[in-house]
Structures are given as C-alpha cells and as structure tokens.
Design a binder for this molecule. Sequence first.
Ligand code: PNW
Length: 488
Amino acid sequence: YTKDGKHKVRKFPDGFMFGTSTASYQVEGGWDADGKSENIWDHLTHKDPCAVKDCSNGDIANDSYNQYKRDVEMMREMGLDFYRFSLSWSRLLPTSFPDKINGAGVQYYNNLINEMLKYNIEPMVTIFHWDLPQKLQELGGWTNPHIVDWYADYARVVFELFGDRVKYWITMNEPWVICYQGYGAGVLAPLLEISGMAEYMCAKNLLLAHAKAYHIYDKEFRSQRDGNIFITLNSRFYIPETENDLQTSNDLADFELGTYAHPIFSENGDFPPRLKELVAIKSTEQGFARSRLPEFTTKEIDFVKGTSDFFGLNHYTSSMIYRNESVVGYHKIPSYYDDVQAIIYQPDEWKSAASPWLRVVPLGFYKLLTKIRKDYDNPTVFITENGFSTFGGLEDDDRVSYLRQYLDAMLDAMNEGSDIAAYTIWSLMDNFEWVAGYTERFGIYEVDYESPERTRTPRKSAFVYKETIRSRSLDHHYEPNTTVMTID
Ligand code: PNW
C-alpha cells in the first residue's frame, strides 16, 4: 500500500517532530515509594492478584522511578525530539487533593524533566493516563461531577510545579477508553459494567474537567513558556461492510471520536447531534424519564468549545462494521452498542499483532486522518500514539513493517493537506500492558523483567526509527546494522 509507490524515499516536512510515549503506571513502579498512595490499578491488581492475564501488576514495572537516567539515555540514542510520559496523581498528591504535595514525587519528575532538557529533548506531559487515585474512585470517580474541581486542582498544582519547563501539556489520555472500557464495558479499572449510562456520565464530567484545566493554563500559566495544551483522543476507522452500513459507520465515529471531538473541535460544540438523537430515542422507548446521555447547558457548551491547541490522536487499528437493529445476543440493553445499533469485527485475513484487537490496516489510518481534516476544519494533529505488539524478541520485522506502512499512510494524508506536526511511537520500551500484563510487548526497546535493573535493549525497530529521525525521511529499504547503538 502506497499511493506514491513503495520504492521512493519520502521526506518529512521541516519542523516535523518525532517522539515515543509511555505512561506512569505502565513504567514507573515504586507503587508505594516515598509516600505515594494507592491508585485504581494498584487497588485492582492487589485485591485480585490474577485480575490481569499473567497475574502481574505494575508494582515494579520497568522501575523507571529509579532508572530514569537510562530512559533518557535511550531517548538520546534515538535522537528523539520529544518524549511523552504521564504524571501519577497519587504520587504527587497522596490525599488526592492539593492539601499535601509529596516532595519525593515532585523530585522524581523534576529529575526526569531536567535530565531530558539537558539534552534538548522536549517533555510532552500527560496529566492523566488512567491511574486515578483509589479514594476518588470510591467517591464515584469520573461519574461524580465534583471531579471537575478535583482534576482542575490537581492540574493547577502540576502547572505550578513544572510549567516553567514544560511546553506541551496533554490533559487526558483517551477519554473514550477511560469512560467506555472503565465504566461501561468492565475491561479496564475500575471494571464497572454500567453500559448505556455510566460512560455517558463520565464523558460529560471528563470534558468539563479537561476544559477547566485548559482555561486555568490559558489564563494563568501559558505565558510562562509560551506553552501548549491539548487533549489526546483515540479512534479506529470504521469500514462499512456495505453501502447500507455507511450511516452506521458515521454514527459509530460520532459515538467514539465524536463524543469528545465534537464538543471541543466543532463549530457548534456540544455532543454530536446523532449521538443525542439516538440515545434519546432509545431512552424514551425503554421507559427512562430522560435521555441517558446527560445534557450540557449553553454555558457549558461554550466553556468546552475550542479548548485544545492541537488535535492529539492515538490510533492503532481499524474495524469492519455493519448495522444491526436487533442486537439481542450481541449486546445488553440498554448499552452503548445497542444505542448505536452496530456490530464491529475484524476479519481473520487481516494480519494480527500479539494483541488480539490489533490488526494491520494502514489504509484506515489514512482514511481517519482524512475524515478528521474534513470534519474538524483541518486541525493541527499530533499523533500521540501508534504502535504494534509482539510476543518479544529483538528481530521485530513485523513492527518495522507496521511502522513503515503507517508512516506511509500518514504521509499520504499530509500530501493531501492534512496538517500533521508530530508522530509518536507507543512505546519507547515494553511495559505493563494493562489487563494483558507483560504478555504483549509494544517497545522498540525490549525490557528484561528477570533482571533487577530491568535491562533495556534496542530492537531492530529502534534502529530503523533512529534512521528515520536522523534522515527525516522514510526509506522502505533501509537495513540497519543492529550490532551497536550509539549516541550521535
Ligand atoms: C492505548 N483501540 O489505548 C493506551 O493509551 C496505552 O496505555 C496502551 O498501552 C496502548 O493503547 C496499547 O494497548 C488504546 O480502539 C485505545 O484499538 C484504543 C485502542 C487501542 C489502544
């Protein structure tokens, strides 16, 4: 797949930025070090030691809490422009609230940020990547409207602590995953299964929390470093099985990406009209007193609209979809997928990664980027995650091939006018892959979980990515010499 022909070396535009990404709970370890309190992943994995596939947890993970200098060394080996990592709320604020700031936690992030800046690697900081303090979960987590203030208070603390050195802030990682998989589908902590209800409540509170943090940064902190603040959304591309499924594929896009993108990036703001319409119809049919989708007031719509400097996008894969009005046997009623009346699946013929949900569909990336350009008035897009999982090993040719095909698809969209400014591989190194534990490996560096220092070793893909960054171009035929990794 490429429109321009595989054999051409393709250049990235001047100023294009390359990075890699991780998240606090997935790499840090030090789960109770120096005053850190419990988050929902600590709680889940300790309460039920086999909550995740290999009965593991993130207690030690990659020990980045102690190994951060090695992490920065790897960034220098790659020649990264930036590194995206997240902050642990329960490490910085052990009570969940700003009455007590944990100095050791502050020191850890200062060390990491200062070490990166020493070598001109720009920190891109995600304020929240899924590890909610357990106490706030017990108070209802993202379904409690008070979380808008709890989150904004936490955001203000991190702007105060690190705003003098951080130029790129991401408020939230993947609200759809937080709300649907955590509160609707019961596949990620806190494992709630209240679909058709809780994920919509979560969506509204999370959007207001994001917007509140945006306004605080915009008014009080932006000028410190002429910084930027944005949100990262995840989306697949949904391929309709037949022409009759086209409306449903657009509806699904409204339910997934649109739930979060429309309120922030569209001209009118608010939830997408089709989302409001479909949930309202079903709610009435089912005898509810009002729509299960909460409403925004006019004031709230204005408060949320326009609150992101860039369009952060995480994208891995695509799905086929078809319309199914009687979803009995597939989905519970009420539920999110019953509301949208869609069945999604991936054909067996699509090449699969180690993660069962991840199949290689580069054309879907091109189509999604094109759709975002058209639907949201060509925003500046930062690809904040894209990556491929294996079961391990240094010769990761499948990852190299995925990477090249997805970069090609991205360049195709850019050639047609998509404004894409940054690309980020998930992940710098293997890490705790949520409910899959350590069984699925996303790193361009391998991590040895048997060694006390969690030794990191570059894979073939690391050498290929390094050359891509050095040459600012994509060359399908580059064959790296993988014997020594150096800092150039
Ligand atoms: C990301 N999908 O989420 C997360 O941000 C990372 O923490 C995680 O390690 C990584 O995926 C790999 O799983 C995803 O719909 C969200 O296909 C949605 C999808 C995939 C990954």
